[in-house]
Each structure stands twice: as structure tokens, then as C-alpha cells.
Design a protein around this ligand. Structure first.
Ligand SMILES: *Cc1c(COP(=O)(O)O)cnc(C)c1O
Length: 403
């Protein structure tokens, strides 16, 4: 990694670009961009090397599931931007979440305290895969610190799991406070930081034990590659890497290369996405067809001050809003009238994506629990893209008028 001549820390954009250059010679040359090593297996110059590499006594590669030079470049780059000693990458964000829990020792008889506002598939993983192992999973409101302290202190779970900013209501968990509460009872804190990226928040610096991302979203950023990453201390990463190797959810070399390619522009993309999200939230706030807007960048957001403190003036590029006509039909009329914003799942892409949570991400919940969770029929989620602000605002204003 490069360094500044005056010894001061590098800016984030410099880090993004320079942490993802090729770190070693390739034959006679030293390329700037790491090549894609598609080879599954690697020749041992001496037969004894294979054993030493497998035992970790010698650096090198044996078999692509255990390690791959392109994938190693991405691991190094992620560790750099997370300010972590090490990072592991996976076939998907879900594989990263699964590996983080198993690596921390989640097993029969252990407990997890999880935020009640979690990505739908994370809830499915906890309920359908982790709970049947004999693990107790307790969902609670971690945005309410008094409640969080009471539950964590009495349950003393092995793991506390939360998202920095929740989907789709943009509720913020005070990571520093939760880390203190968790560590007081020797619990590990795992934070899914997908909505923020290391640009807006670095959970490890706030006390989390593992910070993870679905790299499918902002980090790769172009909607063309699925992946996940998790960063933390050396020993925890070693265990996560073992889980990945033994259960097989490793990232492939082409995916790692695409992710490296995407992440170099994360800073530029995210700045524009946040600017668009701010502008969209202001338009929505003043529109007669809208009853509420959830965006931490608005002063009316109940956690605006916490967001300002945690994110240093950046508020992210996700938002959601409720229509006054609180019906599925009205939400669909809005979505059908859009001409530029794409009605599609996922988030963090260069495209502005619009989603109707009640009939997609939260479809499997019954009507009552959906309402209790704040997922009303007229709620719409937007992931702001990098399009020209005026084009997006015109598209959204036009679609609101069509309701
Ligand atoms: C998308 C997402 C995941 C899952 O990631 P995949 O790459 O789709 O497996 C987990 N958490 C959050 C917050 C997400 O948005």
C-alpha cells in the first residue's frame, strides 16, 4: 500500500484505488490491476511444499477453494478499507453472515440476541438454519438502548447481531453503545454494515468484533456480481476462512476481480448516491401525496443527531416513504409510472432501484406482524443511483402525480 510523504493517513478514495492494485510480480512484469487466476490447482516446485503450504508454514497456493491469488488481493483490499488486520470474502453476503456466527462458536445451547429489524433472509437464516441447531435466537429492539441493555445483560448471549442502518425503515443502531453493553457480558458483536459501507461507518473502530457486508451491493456496486466479506481480528478471520473452506461458500476469482474493479469507484459512486438520496428525500417530504419519509439525512428523522455523530455528515443512499393513500394499489401505480427508476430488488447499484417491501422483501410475514414492524401497504423503498439528480427527481415527481 502507498503512503503519504508527510506520514498522515490516506484519504478513503486514495485507499480504495491503491489497496486494489496488484501486490506482486506476475512472471516478468508487475501489472497495475491483478490478473484473474482461474487455475484450480497449483504446481508444487518441490513435493514437500504442498504440505508446508497446507499447514500454513509456507506462503503459496494449492487448490482454489483453499486460496486463490485474485481472491487474496480482494481480501487485502477489504481489510485495508475496514482498517482491520484481516478480512475474508465469500460467495455471498449470506455466506459471510453464516460463517461469522459459526466462527464465533454458535452451537447447540448458545444464544444470539438479534436486532428485530434485519434483512429478511438473515431472519430466515436465523430461524430456519441456526435455530434448528438448538440455538436460542432472541429478537429485540436494539435502537432502544435501555431495552438493549436489559435484554443483553440478562440473556448474556454468545453473539449480538445487528445492522448499522436497518432495511427498509432506516433505523440506526448506536454501534458504540451496543458494543459496550455486549462486551460487558462477554458477548461478541457482529454488525452487518451493508447499507453504510466502510465509507460511512467502520464498525470495528466502533467496537464491533466482526464487520460484514454484502459486497453485492455498494462495494461492487454495478449489479453484476454476488459476494460477501467479513473483517475482524486475525484469529476470528482464520476461523471464518476455515468455515468458508470446509463448507465451500468461497468467492470465485472472477467475482473477486469484478468486486475489486467495482470498489475502486465506491467513493465517487457513494457520494453521488447520497446526494441523490438527499434530494429525493427533500422532494418527497414536501409532496402532498406522501405522509412520511424515512431518511437519516432529514432533520425530521428521529435519529438525525445520532446519524450525524456516527456517520460524520454522510447519511447514506437508502430511503423509504409512505404514501398518504396507504394501499398496495397506490404504491403499484407509483411504480408503474416510473420511467427511469427501475422497479427491482437489490440496492447499492449505479441504477436507482425502487422496491415495494410489503409484497417483496417482507412478503412471507403475516399482515399483522408486517404492520407491527412498520411495513405498511403504501411503503416504498428507494436505493438512489448515480443518475443525474434532476432526471431522477422529475421521474419521481411525475410518478407521484400519477397516483
Ligand atoms: C443483500 C443483503 C444481504 C445478503 O447478501 P447477499 O449478497 O444477497 O447474500 C445481507 N444483509 C443486507 C443488509 C443486505 O442488503
Amino acid at each position: 500500500m502507498v503512503s503519504r510523504p508527510d506520514g498522515k493517513p490516506l484519504g478513503f478514495n486514495t485507499q480504495l484505488v491503491h489497496s486494489s492494485t496488484c501486490s506482486s510480480r506476475v512472471g516478468e512484469v508487475k501489472p497495475v490491476v491483478p490478473p484473474i487466476y482461474s487455475s484450480v490447482t497449483y504446481v508444487s516446485e518441490d513435493p514437500a511444499d504442498l504440505k508446508s503450504i497446507l499447514l500454513g508454514e509456507k506462503e503459496g497456493y494449492v487448490y482454489s477453494r483453499n486460496g486463490n491469488p485474485t481472491v487474496s488481493e480482494l481480501r487485502k483490499a477489504i481489510a485495508d478499507i475496514e482498517a482491520a488486520t484481516d478480512a475474508v470474502v465469500f460467495a455471498s453476503g449470506m455466506a459471510a453472515i453464516h460463517a461469522s456466527l459459526i466462527a464465533l462458536g454458535v452451537s447447540p445451547g448458545t444464544k444470539i440476541v438479534a436486532s428485530k429489524d434485519l434483512y429478511g433472509v438473515t431472519v430466515s437464516l436465523l430461524n430456519e438454519v441456526i435455530r434448528p441447531l438448538g440455538v436460542e435466537v432472541i429478537y429485540t429492539d436494539l435502537t432502544d438502548l435501555e431495552n438493549a441493555e436489559r435484554v443483553i445483560t440478562s440473556q448474556k448471549p454468545l453473539v449480538v447481531f445487528c445492522e448499522t442502518v436497518s432495511n427498509p425503515l432506516l433505523r440506526i443502531v448506536d454501534i458504540r453503545a451496543i458494543a459496550d453493553i455486549a462486551h460487558a457480558v462477554r458477548s461478541f458483536l457482529v454488525v452487518d454494515n451493508t447499507f453504510c459501507t466502510p465509507l460511512m461507518a467502520r464498525p470495528l473502530e466502533m467496537g464491533a468484533d466482526i464487520s460484514l457486508n454484502s459486497t453485492t451491493k455498494y462495494i461492487s456496486g454495478h449489479g453484476d456480481v454476488v459476494g460477501g466479506c467479513a473483517a475482524g481480528a486475525w484469529d476470528v478471520c482464520g476461523r471464518m476462512q476455515s468455515v468458508a473452506i470446509y463448507s465451500g461458500g468461497v468467492m470465485g476469482p472472477f467475482e473477486a476481480w469484478l468486486t475489486l474493479r467495482g470498489m475502486r469507484t465506491l467513493g465517487l459512486r457513494f457520494a453521488k448516491q447520497c446526494e441523490n438520496a438527499q434530494a429525493i428525500s427533500r422532494l418527497l417530504k414536501d409532496h402532498p401525496a406522501v405522509s412520511a419519509v424515512n431518511y437519516p439525512g432529514l432533520e425530521s428523522h428521529p435519529q438525525h443527531d445520532l446519524a450525524s455523530d456516527m456517520f460524520h455528515g454522510t447519511y447514506g443512499a437508502m430511503l423509504s416513504f409512505s404514501l398518504k393513500d396507504d394501499t398496495v394499489e397506490a404504491a403499484y401505480r407509483f411504480m408503474r409510472a416510473l420511467k427511469i427508476c427501475l422497479p427491482a430488488t437489490s440496492l447499492g447499484d449505479v441504477f436507482t432501484l425502487v422496491l415495494h417491501p410489503a409484497t417483496s422483501s417482507h412478503l412471507t410475514m403475516n399482515e399483522d406482524s408486517r404492520r407491527a414492524a412498520g411495513i405498511t401497504p403504501g411503503l416504498v423503498r428507494i436505493s438512489a443511483g448515480i443518475e443525474d439528480t434532476d432526471d431522477i427527481l422529475t421521474d419521481i415527481a411525475n410518478a407521484l402525480d400519477a397516483i
